[in-house]
Write a protein that binds this ligand. Sequence first.
Ligand code: AMP
Length: 271
Amino acid sequence: MKKRVQEEKKKGRSISFVPTMGAIHEGHLSLVKRAKSLADIVVASVFVNPAQFSPTEDFENYPRNRSLDIEKFEKEGVDLLFFPPADQLYPKGFSTWIVPEGPARRFEGVARPSHFQGVCTIVAKLFAIVKADYAVFGWKDAQQVVVVKKMAEDLNIPIKIVASPILRDSDGLALSSRNVYLSPEERKRALAFPMALQKIAKMVELGVEERMKSLIKEGKDEIIRAGLEIEYLEGVSLLDLTQVEKVGRMTGIIGAVRSGKVRLLDAIIWE
Ligand code: AMP
């Protein structure tokens, strides 16, 4: 991969990069579309990163389908595909980690304490290999966008992090590789989460309400009424993930909600 990237760079071509964990769906492909609009060459990677799963999470069972992933990426026009083997990225004796603080310590960082250490370490490694000009991430994982942007800034990594909108299924549920874990009943119930977010977005759009406290209360009531369990739902700055009082530029509402055993992440983004 390093050599291929070097060749392209020598030819003066710009590179955009889409890192994923595979089980490719339209959400991932929307990142590829964005990546294509940014640079001459699109690189996509698939690596199910063990370091970002906690021992109780689904690393072993995480959906994997390499041949289908290749087919989907190729159809979307990805130029270079990267499936690094785990022992190349984490060889015996691997002992250096990036431990992000600040925005990484809230929300997902509370529920999954070493998650962002795993994410930042692998993303920094992939950035060092691919040496792209742009990397595209989804707002679906809004905290990840903020944490990765901060890491690139703090560590002077010369790459521009671009965030792309959340893609949804026809019923409104944010596309996710983990949606396959939902039973039909759990999926039906889960829809209350995006519906609540949609209702909030509408209230803001119509100018009915802009105070986060009221919007969040409205959303939480709907979600709880549907029998879902809320881990968090909060109005935050998309620059540093601190709490904000009102909707404004670069703010969002981010949440994690459980339907049965499945954790769903979703957000409303006001860029
Ligand atoms: P994953 O394979 O789940 O690690 O996701 C790889 C990238 O795709 C991350 O930047 C995610 O935020 C992004 N992504 C996943 N689902 C969606 C979606 N429904 N809409 C937009 N981006 C997404």
